[in-house]
Design a protein around this ligand. Structure first.
Ligand code: IPE
Ligand code: IPE
Ligand code: MG
Ligand code: MG
Ligand code: MG
Length: 298
């Protein structure tokens, strides 16, 4: 996981979410809003993101026999929640970051009041989108629970209130499974639900998602200490500065990388009971994403 190994990183096929920006842009433009608020929403959502949660949602939907269109409302909704979480994560009262996706963070670009309000709105817009596109209450519940788990995770991360006898490694797992794992798990589960998957498929993909969700944040922690700001498009070296509890901080870089490999193995294993129902490459796509997420460099 260094600059030299960059050429070895497999870039996942993002074609299933090629229509996402137009879809979300059309949704934002389609409702009456103050112009400066619409600009802030578009700034937060468009450009630069890896779109991994929408991709996981679509691939999970395809893996159980659904198609891209069936997954799109859920894929758009999870990305709006993710963007809301990033806008608020970067605020001065939180991680206090000035750079995101290679650009000034929203509060630097449009001011703190606008960043707070645009983040608030992305949160509720996600539910408006789901309600207007089928309004499946199971999707709405999945997204609501995961969003609340993410917020709880941000509290564990930023203003922790653990009982004294909770071990550091257990604190860390709680932080990571909630602040990051919850939305990744939700992306996959919503894809399965939107695609009409059965209980066995939901369980298999949930197990996959829990493994890659924790893995994703361990890699994020590793990248913070191994990559440059320029490479990441967000400030490197921030976690130690902010006194964050992280995997490399607690276990060291090598042991953290071993955890990543182990979680990757668990993710692949979880998919073994699934066969590609549609031939659209859903299961293969999920495998490709797990591999990419383990070795990504941004
Ligand atoms: C960053 O997520 C925030 C974390 C949960 C670590 P991503 O690395 O998926 O961010 P974008 O969407 O690609 O910018
Ligand atoms: C972010 O974790 C988690 C959420 C935004 C919910 P980090 O604070 O580590 O994410 P980055 O490193 O700023 O992207
Ligand atoms: Mg944070
Ligand atoms: Mg942060
Ligand atoms: Mg981070």
């Amino acid at each position: 996981m260094n600059q030299e190994s960059q050429s070895a990183v497999v870039v996942p096929d993002t074609s299933p979410v090629a229509g996402l920006e137009d879809y979300l842009g059309g949704f934002i433009d389609g409702r009456p809003l103050p112009g400066n608020l619409a600009d802030a929403l578009r700034y937060a959502v468009m450009g630069g993101g890896k779109r991994l949660r929408p991709l996981l949602c679509v691939r999970s939907c395809q893996a159980v026999g659904g198609d891209v269109d069936m997954a799109m409302p859920a894929a758009g909704a999870i990305e709006m929640i993710h963007c809301f979480s990033l806008v608020h994560d970067d605020l001065p009262a939180m991680d206090d970051d000035a750079l995101r996706r290679g650009r000034p963070t929203l509060h630097i670009h449009a001011g703190e009041a606008m960043a707070i309000l645009a983040g608030d709105m992305l949160n509720t817009l996600a539910f408006e989108l789901l309600a207007q596109n089928g309004g499946d209450v199971r999707l709405i519940e999945e997204l609501a629970v995961a969003t609340n788990d993410m917020i709880a995770g941000q509290v564990y991360d930023t203003i922790p209130d653990f009982a004294e006898d909770v071990e550091p490694i257990d604190r860390l797992r709680s932080i990571h499974e909630n602040k990051t794992g919850a939305l990744i798990r939700c992306a996959c589960r919503m894809g399965v639900i939107a695609g009409g998957g059965d209980a066995g498929q939901l369980e298999a993909i949930t197990n996959y998602a829990e493994a890659i969700g924790l893995m994703f944040q361990i890699v994020d922690d590793l990248l913070d200490v191994t990559q440059t700001t320029e490479q990441l498009g967000k400030a490197a070296g921030k976690d130690a500065d902010k006194g964050k509890l992280t995997y490399p901080g607690l276990l060291g870089i090598d042991a953290s990388r071993e955890q990543v490999v182990d979680l990757g193995r668990q993710a692949h294993q979880a998919l073994n009971s699934l066969t590609d129902a549609t031939g659209e490459g859903g299961v293969a796509g999920l495998r490709e994403l797990a591999d990419y997420m383990a070795v990504r460099l941004r």
